[in-house]
Ligand binder design. Structure first.
Ligand SMILES: [Zn+2]
Length: 332
């Protein structure tokens, strides 16, 4: 494939703390040769592995963005052995707009991998991340949350892998991150995601869901800040052992299939029965869907179809037909 048109205005092989931008072409009516500046920070010293940490893949997910800003400022190059590459606001146009999707073209950046060098902003940035940054790395973690729509128990998220050694290395990395939950998924359509791109290059990689609701939750931010430093300790970039959280070891769980989801059958306002993190029973009431179009009709009751941990709940009140309003996880 053709070389990337994206220019890194920071020396990826430099030493110390280097901050700059990726200059990504974005032609406009008033600036034919215009570029969009995506912030990048490299902290490197001595010899050791390279870790790529990314946030702002979706712009309305804030714990990762702020944790990586904190890491960019606070990581002391003298204490680093290896290289840390940080993209705190990877899909910058979506981050600046506080939106999941791009205000440029409505694209979901996490469905753009492995990208296309001349496929427009999101595709060319994805291509640069995949073809230039990932080959430098031994470890990668992409920091997500539930966004405006969902709230999720803070979790490291990995894939079920056929390669048992890679599976073990992935789980060891997730254990070190130390979120309350480690969720292992067999994703049906993981192909265009950054996590799948990293896995296909043989990199030990994780995604995550670290809260949500379109806000920055201080407790989830603390989990994320500790988690990214733990990951650097696990990789050997920082000295010392990972620090456990006050919630104890990460609970290994999975969402086996769509039967663990509750979907809204029509548009409405969602009233959830349980708080996020509750233990729920199969058949128990999940909540009520209120219909403004039919004032005299009673709300529609929906039930859980599996027992387990209420891992994800609808945060935004307004839902459309087909939206998930609850996701149940069960122990592995
Ligand atoms: Zn996301």
């Amino acid at each position: 494939m053709a070389a990337s048109p994206v220019v890194a205005e920071v020396d990826l092989s430099g030493r110390g703390r280097l901050a700059g931008h990726l200059r990504v072409p974005q032609s406009r009516d008033d600036s034919g040769w215009g570029t969009i500046l995506v912030p990048i920070v490299v902290v490197a010293n001595g010899t050791g592995p390279t870790v790529l940490l990314t946030a702002g893949n979706h712009g309305d997910e804030y714990e990762g963005q702020v944790a990586l800003l904190d890491l960019a400022r606070s990581l002391d190059p003298a204490q680093v052995q290896g290289r840390v590459i940080l993209l705190p606001a990877m899909h910058y146009p979506a981050c600046a707009a506080g939106k999941r999707l791009s205000p440029l073209d409505g694209r979901d950046f996490n469905r753009c991998f492995p990208g296309d060098p001349f496929g427009g902003f999101a595709a060319s940035l994805a291509h640069f991340v995949d073809s230039v940054l990932l080959p430098l790395c031994e470890f990668q973690m992409d920091l997500h949350s539930g966004g405006t729509g969902m709230d999720i128990v803070p979790s490291a998220v990995g894939h079920v892998l056929d390669d048992l050694e890679m599976q073990a290395r992935t789980l060891a990395m997730a254990d070190s991150f130390g979120a309350p939950v480690t969720l292992l998924l067999r994703e049906v359509n993981a192909g265009p995601t950054l996590l799948a791109a990293a896995e296909s290059r043989g990199i030990v990689a994780l995604s995550s869901e670290l809260g949500g609701g379109g806000r920055l939750n201080p407790r989830n931010l603390a989990i994320t800040k500790r988690g990214v430093r733990n990951l650097l300790r696990h990789a050997g970039v920082l000295e010392g052992a990972p620090e456990p959280g006050d919630h104890g070891p990460s609970r290994r769980m999975t969402v086996p299939d769509l039967g663990h989801y509750v979907f809204a059958p029509m548009d409405g306002i969602w009233e959830a029965t349980n708080q996020l993190g509750a233990t729920v029973a199969d058949g128990a009431p999940a909540g009520l869907l209120h219909r403004i179009e039919d004032p005299l009709a009673p709300p529609i009751p929906l039930s859980y179809r599996e027992a387990g941990l209420l891992w994800c709940v609808r945060h935004a009140g307004r839902v459309k037909a087909g939206d998930p309003v609850a996701v149940i996880a069960r122990d592995l």
